[in-house]
Design a protein around this ligand. Structure first.
Ligand SMILES: NC(=O)C1=CN([C@@H]2O[C@H](COP(=O)(O)OP(=O)(O)OC[C@H]3O[C@@H](n4cnc5c(N)ncnc54)[C@H](O)[C@@H]3O)[C@@H](O)[C@H]2O)C=CC1
Length: 514
């Protein structure tokens, strides 16, 4: 999920001073759990996991998992904050959220750098992620003032009205690919609607959610409004089962999404699920080739390819295939890989060693199944000695792919573009829709009628015409089929974080049947 259009320009005045000129120098000491308004240390003896700096392979710190007692404290803190927050007017909530957005703007560089240190993506992308988080909070701060019910006039002067009420304590569970942005995309609509939140980041990237917690606290949020508990599966499951939790919003893999849904079903709790994708990108022979090539790169190589909405099945109409491949390969080979904290780097490190191994395994498998390796797909070792333990690989383009290959069927979550060819519109639509997933899809064509005809038939939640991976916070984002349930961003998300109460008001006498 690229959160945000690259055409956005940073505000004229950006505060914050770069702390790390290059990778390998971050020093993390402060506790990463946060509830009731402050960072919390977990008592010794709890589970702890090493956290790595993907660009160097260095251990940054150990993250302490919250157990049953800590989860309880965080949920109770969220309950107390909810009692205050849910009674405030939309204007009051909006003011605090706007303060939070301003603080994020001031701390843009600090937050972005910490994201790079923990996730491995380039600083250029991390800044855009932070901007997206800020914009999301600004957007929902605006919507907080507009929440309203309906008035319905009924017979005999009686009437009914609806109240749009918050749900209570909501849980957010995040993935490692957009750690800060996911925390903001989940908390902003939740808080705008009057809920409080306990957020659990991925144990792979625990560092920046706590910065968001500090931002909300500094902005004047009641202690406990946004809490962070660290940990993996166990902590996540404690949260999902907790009787005082009203809703779970999850971003991650399909198998975990199913488990979350099962756990939430025991308490009949609503879920929002943002899951994986294997999205198609359709390039017709009448496309503007340069834009189509740029679109294919944007669809595959952001965040080292670790993006759920990526258009990893690139279908190209036969007549333009040679020219398209030539350009795509040329541009892919020119991608600057290296220290993600350097401004000129366009591709940093993958998130972890096991993940890198898994992605490289997909390249080997693709070769065995008959795909042609057109470029990349190898482990990359930067010349800087500090970076030599990092998890880098060269971005890869696979040609001669067919629909049955593993690289075309499975979500790889790495910088691998699979290119397939097609002849006709009917054929490519059938093949594009032949997936259990349906997060996103894209089409490049100059024919405006074809573009809309295609989009109407694509089974995907987010469709792009003549661009890819642009996700402004004003519009809903989410998947069809096994890519998820519910939406994030846009006005519709208000419905996912509120419930309606209907109030009937009798203006006459009770007309009893008894
Ligand atoms: N759709 C997307 O945006 C993402 C998709 N993925 C896909 O998932 C694969 C595995 O990545 P993971 O980080 O292991 O994803 P995951 O789906 O296992 O984990 C995502 C989050 O869920 C939590 N979690 C895991 N098991 C849980 C449980 N039983 N109860 C409650 N919470 C639980 C994790 O701690 C993490 O915070 C990736 O290789 C990629 O293919 C990963 C990240 C994001």
């Amino acid at each position: 999920m690229l959160a945000f259009a690259l055409r956005w320009r940073p505000p004229a005045q950006v505060y914050g001073v770069a702390r790390f000129a290059s990778s390998g120098s971050a020093d993390v000491r402060e506790p990463l759990n946060f509830w009731a308004g402050t960072r919390r240390k977990i008592p010794p003896g709890s589970d702890s996991e090493p956290v790595y700096e993907p660009s160097t392979g260095r251990v940054l710190c150990h993250v302490e998992a919250a157990g049953a007692e800590e989860v309880e404290q965080a949920v109770q803190a969220a309950r107390s904050a909810y009692a205050l927050w849910s009674k405030m007017s939309g204007m009051e909530r909006s003011r605090i959220m706007r303060q939070a957005a301003l603080d994020i703007e001031r701390r843009r560089e600090d937050i972005a750098e910490m994201e790079v240190v923990n996730n491995g993506k380039s600083i250029t992308e991390a800044r855009l992620d932070v901007d997206s988080a800020r914009l999301c909070i600004e957007y929902y701060a605006g919507l907080a003032t507009t929440l309203a019910g309906q008035h319905v006039q009924l017979e005999g002067g009686s009437f009914a009205y609806t109240r749009r009420e918050p749900l209570g304590v909501c849980v957010g569970i995040g993935a490692w690919n957009y750690p800060f942005q996911i925390a903001a995309w989940k908390s902003a609509p939740a808080l705008a609607c009057g809920n409080s939140m306990v957020f659990k980041p991925s144990p792979v990237t625990p560092m920046t959610a706590v910065l968001l917690a500090e931002v909300y606290a500094r902005a004047g949020a009641p202690p406990g409004l946004f809490n962070v508990v660290q940990g993996g599966q166990e902590t996540g499951s404690l949260l999902c089962h907790h009787p005082d939790v009203a809703k779970v919003s999850f971003t991650g893999s399909v198998p975990t999404g199913k488990k979350i849904m099962e756990m939430a079903s025991r308490g009949v709790k609503p879920v929002t699920l943002e899951l994986g994708g294997k999205s198609p990108l359709l390039v017709f022979e009448d496309s503007e080739l340069e834009n189509a090539v740029k679109g294919a790169l944007m669809a595959n190589f952001l965040s080292q390819g670790q993006v759920c909405s990526n258009g990893t099945r690139v279908f190209v109409q036969k007549r333009i295939l040679p020219e398209f491949l030539k350009e795509v390969v040329k541009r892919t080979q020119a991608i600057e890989i290296g220290d993600p904290l350097h401004d000129n780097t366009r591709m940093g490190a993958l998130v972890s060693q096991p993940h890198l191994n898994k992605v490289l395994g997909f390249v080997e498998q693709a070769k065995k199944e008959g795909a042609t390796l057109l470029c990349g797909g190898e482990r990359f070792t930067p010349s800087d000695p500090k970076l030599q333990g990092g998890y880098y690989m060269t971005p890869c383009v696979l040609g001669d792919c067919t629909d049955d290959m593993t690289c075309v069927r499975e979500e790889i979550f790495g910088p691998i573009m699979s290119v397939l060819s097609f002849d006709t519109e009917e054929e490519v639509l059938r093949r594009a829709n032949d997936s259990i997933l349906g997060l996103a899809a894209g089409v490049f064509t100059r024919d405006v009628k074809r573009a809309h005809r295609i989009v109407e038939q694509l089974k995907a939640g987010s469709c792009f015409i003549n661009n890819y991976n642009i996700t402004p916070v004003e519009v809903p984002f989410g998947g069809f089929k096994m890519s998820g349930i519910g939406r994030e961003n846009g006005q519709v998300t208000i419905e996912h974080y509120t419930q309606l109460k209907t109030v009937y008001v009798e203006m006459g006498d009770v007309d009893s049947l008894f």
